[in-house]
Design a protein around this ligand. Structure first.
Ligand SMILES: O=C(CO)[C@H](O)[C@H](O)COP(=O)(O)O
Length: 334
C-alpha cells in the first residue's frame, strides 16, 4: 500500500487533509489522531464502502478491534439503529448505537463477516431487515453538520468521507501501542505507525481547520412568522459574511428531520418573473409543498455572481449551493 506523499503546500494542515482524502478515495485506511484533550489516540479509519476482508483484518490486527462505524443521523434512523442508552453517562457524549451484524454473515465476528456488515451499513439502499441486533459492529451516530456541530471523532470520520466524495460512513478503531503495554498508541506513536505502514496521517483539528476555511460563513438576518394565513410558517433570512449574498428559508413546522428542498435563485425566473425558464414555477411548487404539508424547509440560495441568465441553462449543480444550504439547515436545526 502506498499513497502519494503530501504536496508541498503553504498550509501543512491542508496538505495533510488532502493527502488523507486521496488515500480514502483510493479505498485505503488513514490514521486519524484525536484531540489531546481526548487522549491524543490514533485511530485507523477506512471508508465503510471500502471494507474488504483484507482491510478489516488489518484493522483488527493493529487496533483494539472494537470496530465502530460513524454514520449520518439519517442513516441511523433509516436503519433503525437507536442509541445504546438514551441516558448515556460517558464524558464526551459519544453516540454509540445498538450493535449489529449483517443478517447473512455467519457468526459476525470474523474480519470477513464484519467487512460484509460494515459495507452493508454504508449502502444508501440498505434497510433495517438486513441486520441482526445485537451484533459485533458498533454504529456511531455522527451529528448533522459534522465537525461544525461537534468536534468528535465520529463527525471527523463522516466529514472526511464527505470531503473525499465517498458514502458518508467510515469504520474506525484505535491503534494499540507497539509494545505489549496494554495501552493504545498515543503521543508520537500514531504518526510513527502511519509512516511505518505508509499511511496518511491527519488530526481531528486539521480537519476542523480545513472545514472552517472552506465552509461558507452566514449570519441570520431575520426570522419572522409568515403571517396569519400561514400558521406555523417562518421566513428566515441569511447573509453571507464574505460575499453579502442574501438567502431565504421558508420553514414549516419543526425543522428537525423535516424534508428540505433547495433552489438556486434565478434572475430571469424568480426576480424578473420571465417565463423563459421554469425556475419561477419550480420555486413556487417547492414553497407550496412545504407550506401545504405543514412540515419542511424550502431554501432559495442566491449566488453572488448571479448573471441574468437562468442558472438552469448551464446544467450541473454549483457546489456552493449545497454548501450554503447545509449551513442553513444546520443553523435551523440548532
Ligand atoms: O469509543 C470511543 C472513544 O474511545 C468513542 O465513543 C468513539 O470513538 C466515538 O468518538 P467521539 O465521541 O469522539 O465521536
Amino acid at each position: 500500500m502506498s499513497v502519494e506523499a503530501p504536496p508541498a503546500v503553504l498550509d501543512p494542515a491542508a496538505g495533510r487533509v488532502q493527502h488523507a482524502l486521496r488515500a480514502l478515495a483510493a479505498g485505503e485506511p488513514i490514521v486519524l489522531v484525536d484531540d489531546v484533550r481526548r487522549g491524543g489516540e490514533g485511530a485507523l479509519v477506512l471508508p465503510a464502502g471500502a471494507a474488504t476482508p483484507h482491510w478489516i483484518a488489518f484493522l483488527v490486527r493493529h487496533t483494539t478491534g472494537f470496530l465502530r462505524v460513524a454514520m449520518e443521523e439519517e442513516a441511523c434512523d433509516r436503519l433503525e439503529l437507536p442509541l445504546m442508552r438514551r441516558d448515556r453517562t460517558d464524558r464526551f457524549g459519544s453516540a454509540l448505537c445498538v450493535t449489529v451484524d449483517g443478517a447473512d454473515v455467519g457468526t459476525g465476528i470474523s474480519a470477513t463477516a464484519r467487512a460484509r456488515t460494515i459495507k452493508a451499513l454504508a449502502r444508501p439502499d440498505s434497510h433495517p431487515g438486513e441486520f441482526i441486533r445485537p451484533g459485533h459492529v458498533v454504529p456511531v451516530r455522527a451529528r448533522n453538520g459534522g465537525l461544525s456541530a461537534r468536534e468528535g471523532r465520529a463527525e471527523a470520520v463522516v466529514d472526511l468521507m464527505r470531503l473525499a466524495a465517498l458514502a458518508p460512513a467510515g469504520v474506525f478503531s484505535e491503534i494499540v501501542a507497539s509494545e505489549l503495554t496494554g495501552e493504545t498508541a498515543r503521543g508520537r506513536e500514531p504518526a510513527r505507525f502511519a509512516a511505518e505502514h505508509e499511511l496518511a496521517c491527519v488530526s481531528v483539528s486539521d480537519v476542523v481547520a480545513c472545514r472552517r476555511r472552506s465552509d461558507p460563513q452566514l449570519v441570520r438576518t431575520g426570522d419572522t412568522p409568515a403571517g396569519e394565513a400561514f400558521p406555523g410558517v417562518r421566513l428566515v433570512t441569511y447573509r453571507g459574511t464574505a460575499d453579502e449574498a442574501g438567502h431565504l428559508a421558508i420553514v414549516a413546522g419543526d425543522p428537525r428531520g423535516a424534508p428540505v428542498v433547495v433552489h438556486r435563485e434565478c434572475v430571469d425566473g424568480n426576480v424578473l418573473g420571465l417565463s423563459t425558464c421554469d425556475c419561477g414555477i419550480r420555486w413556487r411548487d417547492a414553497v407550496e409543498s412545504v407550506v401545504r404539508s405543514g412540515r419542511g424547509i424550502a431554501i432559495s440560495i442566491r449566488l453572488p455572481d448571479a448573471s441574468p441568465a437562468c442558472p438552469a441553462r448551464d446544467l450541473g449543480t454549483d457546489p456552493r449551493v449545497a454548501a450554503v444550504a447545509e449551513r442553513i439547515v444546520q443553523d435551523l436545526r440548532g
